[in-house]
Design a binder for this molecule. Sequence first.
Ligand SMILES: [Zn+2]
Ligand SMILES: [Zn+2]
Length: 158
Amino acid sequence: MSSSSTELEQLQQQFSDYLKRKKYRNTQERYRVLDHIHALDRHFSADELYLEMNNRGDRISRATVYSTLDLLTKCNILVKHRFQGESAHYELSTRMPNHDHLMCVECGRIVEFRSDEIAAIRDRVASEFGYIPMTHSLQIFARCPDPLTCEHNRSEVA
Ligand SMILES: [Zn+2]
Ligand SMILES: [Zn+2]
């Protein structure tokens, strides 16, 4: 039972603890990046985030966005995905645990899903080799029926 503002506060606390521990400067800009990511609640690339923030009138440099994403990944607030043929995508690690990704090879749209069957295969394969299953990562590459009407806009990949 936590409201989204409490979740944001927890993330801010986690981030400030990390910055303090590593002796990084505790700048306002870094927290604006975190706030924006929290409000976004989806996958994004560094350039997408940079453009979105600036389109909203939040003047922030590309270098700050990139370095903040790097720090947020290092302190495990963000998970970094490398989808084939795409620039790295990020998402909050608190989002939907253990989900997999279906990616459109035409338009780059990413769909998230959960599958008990895939989790069962993970568990079975690990056990067959005598390992204790923990987590997994799966990317399915597919084609959407009609790339022209696909909602994902990849014009930012320039
Ligand atoms: Zn598509
Ligand atoms: Zn995801």
